[in-house]
Design a protein around this ligand. Sequence first.
Ligand code: HEC
Length: 155
Amino acid sequence: MSVLGRGSVFAIAAAAILGVGAAAVAQQPAAVIEARQAAMKSLGGEMKAIGDAAKAGSITRDDAVARARKIDDVAKRISTLFPAGSGPEAGVKTAALPAIWEKPDDFKAAIARLAEASGKLMVAAETGNAQTILAAQGDVGRACIACHRGFQRSN
Ligand code: HEC
């Protein structure tokens, strides 16, 4: 041990700490990022399906409720989709901006806005009324856009 000197011991200890820390922060950034992009894509799919059916006047209460619930489920767990270490520094293709982790309060507010809108969409869906559902779907859409504007890289 003495041949390594104190500096090396510290370096080894630091590497060990960093290794453990990195594992705890984001176990597999690629998998995390892939899962959140899939969750986002599913949001897009449900939103489009509700919007199209409501505009066509062909929406059914059951379909609207089922889709609104899926949107609400994702909205309620969005914060878990962005663990520290799953940003651009992960070295995986992601449109998540560093602002997500630099301005956590703003990001939380953007999530809360979506959760509030998706909760209202659930109530609107129960009515089965196309116009009511379309209005609530529009509010959800604005919540999506508001977050993307500040936290998703556009290109
Ligand atoms: C709180 C912030 C936030 C909200 C709210 C939000 N998104 Fe996103 N969304 C993001 C971020 C950040 C990304 C980039 C994720 C990445 O590339 O890792 C993204 C990516 C996406 C993508 C691209 C996924 C892909 O294929 O890479 C779609 C589609 C999408 N969002 C749809 C939606 C819809 C629809 C809503 C509303 C129902 C919504 N998002 C709400 C932050 C948000």
